[in-house]
Design a protein around this ligand. Structure first.
Ligand code: FAD
Length: 667
């Protein structure tokens, strides 16, 4: 019997490329790489997460997971000041370590104009792109078989969805301040990379078909592939910044519809896509489920402030949010129930807030910039006018059809105070928040441009309330706060003047406590109109010029040249001495600071703005500075670059760690 030997072995170089055996392995390698980076980031974020869990704010308070809640039975706590407890100083080695890490990390804050991404983001994205490129080209025969690029395109799906959903577990893992709006850039870029990988995959197959004279749309495989590719292309086009800017609602609707269509097409195109559809569906399903749990419909009040701002108060809401968080708000007016807009909560929780001029609960400020916000402001004005007319009619005992009487009434209705305009709102959230715990820093700089003040106002309310009203019970170390607000016209101060007066009064009332909190407010106005309209906010300056963020920060952290400047305590004592009936130790409900204009200094023309060092007492080096900036991208970029520059200077060794959080009001 003839012996049968081993079958002949085909040399590997003669074997056709085993795409379906090899390429899925590269999908997994790519997945291990990004999951590894995510795990590393989670580990590095642990100290901040632990601190946030200890403090129990924002997403780290389990009761906040189910959204904003209302406690109608409990009465709001009276605003009595709690005894001050002295915070413990951090250990020396922790101070040095934090200082060093902060300085090293500050370089990542550098931001280039126009990109909206800082150096940290760019490095991360460069690493991401490099990983995708390596996974596509390593050991592949792309020109003959471009499936690898297609496999890698599909492997982007979990990233696209994990970083794109509003309620993501990442916000919990990566520490405070990592809401969807901060992680969204990875969603956008992984989507673009997915499209580019699909372009490589599709175009090289089309090239092959053309080379070998094969029809491009012959089979279902090609047809569904072209359909999926087309859908992805439209999706990317409709997500570009100009579309998001001018047709946000259209962008949003197209996003959802096109992705569903893409999923269906890609599953027809290849069965290898099916397992990659499940993680995105799970992430999106969890998001929808949590959003359902966190949605609330509430009664609210609209208060129009001029033609540019509408305050929205949602009374009786008592917990479920942290200062600096935002919600997606739907206001039921004029049939516009489909539109939800992100608005930042500008008040602290009821047990902390210092603001008494707003109804207790949560408040938002919506600046009239576009279609929805302008319509809301108009609706508020119109309804206010109608309510006033009705009020007048109910008081007048003459026939109301007479046009002359109606004309006279119009004059008088306009003199009536703006009534509360009742509406219903749907709240989805809260989301995001501040990544910096202001209570961990002795000096705080809050910078805002225009409506960005909603963010810094909420933070200011919270930190003043925690230090003064709540008696620093969580070891808050904050000693001085500079609140800077850049606005276009004097009238805009009215948006939040009452709230600022309330907060400034509470801060001033701490002057005699063992650990006073000094607050100074600087308002920078860029237009010379109606300076008479400045409200009397204690210890505030109004300056007509655009400030340099770097100079403000330098001024805050540089010791004063002269020691003859009055300390805040002395300033406050002088302030109270003006009215002998006032006692600065009086609890807040009876405290009334004289509303004399001398408390707001106005600097006109090109005169130099008052130095912060002449307005806030020097408290020595080492306590660290927290900087939070919100508003237009130009302002937040300037703040980020100022912090990065100062952290790398010699001065930074003395001031302690400098933390930064920026908030841009655009997605
Ligand atoms: C996290 C965050 C917090 C914000 N907080 C405040 C705040 O406290 N006060 C305030 O006045 N503004 C805030 N904004 C901005 C506010 O959401 C927009 O000004 C508002 O949605 C504009 O809508 P519009 O139809 O009037 O204007 P449009 O002219 O339609 O839009 C103006 C800009 O707003 C963006 N935009 C429009 N609709 C939406 C939407 N549904 N979701 C996201 N962006 C949208 C567009 O990209 C465009 O750039 C915030 C934005 C973000 C992202």
């Amino acid at each position: 019997m003839a012996k049968v030997g081993a079958p002949p072995v085909i040399p590997p170089e003669l074997l056709p490329y085993d795409s379906y055996g090899t390429d899925p392995k590269w999908q997994l390698k790519f997945t291990y790489a990004w999951v590894g980076v995510l795990v590393l980031s989670t580990v590095l974020s642990l100290p901040r997460v632990i601190r946030a869990i200890r403090r129990g704010t924002g997403v780290y308070e389990p009761s906040n997971w189910f959204g904003i809640t209302e406690n109608t039975r409990s009465k709001y706590r009276s605003q009595r000041l709690a005894p001050i407890s002295r915070p413990a100083s951090p250990k020396r080695y922790i101070w040095h370590l934090e200082n060093l890490l902060g300085r090293l990390g500050s370089i990542f804050h550098w931001t280039l104009p126009g990109l909206g991404l800082n150096l940290g983001h760019l490095i991360l994205l460069a690493g991401y792109v490099a990983t995708v490129v390596v996974c596509i080209v390593k050991d592949s025969v792309l020109v003959e078989n471009s499936n690898r690029a297609g496999f890698l395109a599909i492997a982007q799906l979990p990233v696209v969805f994990l970083f794109g959903t509003k309620n993501s577990v990442l916000s919990l893992l990566l520490g405070p301040g990592n809401g969807y709006e901060k992680l969204n850039f990875i969603h956008r870029w992984s989507g673009r990379i997915m499209f580019l990988a699909a372009v490589i995959h599709g175009s090289l197959w089309i090239r092959n078909d053309l080379t070998y004279n094969l029809p491009i749309l012959s089979e279902e495989k090609e047809g569904s592939g072209i359909r999926a590719f087309g859908l992805l292309g439209v999706l990317v086009l409709f997500s570009l910044r100009p579309v998001r800017k001018f047709f946000y609602q259209g962008f949003f609707i197209f996003h959802v519809v096109l992705f569903v269509a893409f999923f269906i097409s890609i599953c027809y195109h290849t069965t290898y896509a099916i397992p990659w559809i499940f993680p995105p569906l799970a992430f999106y399903g969890l998001d929808i489920f949590l959003r359902l749990l966190r949605h609330r419909i509430k009664d609210a009040i609209l208060v129009p402030i001029g033609k540019q701002m509408t305050l929205i108060h949602v009374p009786y809401v008592s917990s479920g949010w942290a200062a600096g968080q935002h919600v997606r708000l739907r206001v039921f007016f004029s049939g516009r129930i489909m539109e939800s807009h992100p608005l930042t909560i500008c008040t602290a929780s009821p047990e902390t807030t210092c603001i008494t001029s707003f109804p207790p609960g949560i408040s938002f400020g919506a600046r009239a910039v576009g279609d929805w916000t302008k319509a809301l402001n108009q609706y508020a004005h119109q309804t206010a006018e109608e309510i006033r007319t009705l009020e007048m009619k109910s008081k007048v005992a003459v026939p109301i059809d007479d046009p002359e009487i109606l004309q006279n009434e119009k004059v008088t209705t306009q003199q009536l105070p703006t009534p509360d305009i009742p509406v219903q709102v749907m709240i989805d959230g809260p989301y995001g928040g501040c990544s910096v715990d202001l209570g961990g820093y002795e000096s705080v700089l809050l910078l805002a441009g225009g409506s960005g003040a909603t963010f810094t106002l909420g933070l200011l309310d919270d930190i003043v309330g925690r230090c003064v009203r709540n008696g620093r019970r969580n070891g808050e170390r904050t000693r001085r706060i500079e609140f800077v607000w850049c606005i276009r016209s004097f009238g805009q101060i009215d948006w939040f003047s009452n709230a600022l007066i309330d907060i400034a009064k509470v801060a001033a009332s701490s002057s005699r406590s063992p650990m006073p909190l000094d607050l100074h407010i600087s308002v920078f106005v860029t237009c010379l109109c109606n300076p008479e309209a400045i409200p009397p906010i204690p210890n505030s300056d109004v300056t007509i010029f655009r400030p340099s963020v770097r100079n403000i920060l330098l001024d805050l952290i540089t010791p004063p040249q002269t020691s003859s400047l009055p300390t805040q305590l002395e300033q406050n004592e002088q302030f109270y001495a003006q009215d002998s009936t006032l006692d600065s130790t009086t609890p807040q409900e009876t405290l009334s600071v004289p509303s004399d204009r001398s408390s707001s200094d106005v600097v006109l023309g090109d005169a130099e703005a008052p130095r912060i060092s002449s307005r806030l007492p020097w408290i020595g080096d080492g306590g660290g500075v927290a900087v939070c900036a919100s508003g237009p991208a130009s302002l937040t970029r300037e703040a980020a670059n100022a912090v990065a520059g100062i952290q790398l200077s010699r001065q930074a060794t003395k001031i302690g760690s400098v933390a930064l959080h920026t908030e841009v009001f655009a997605l």
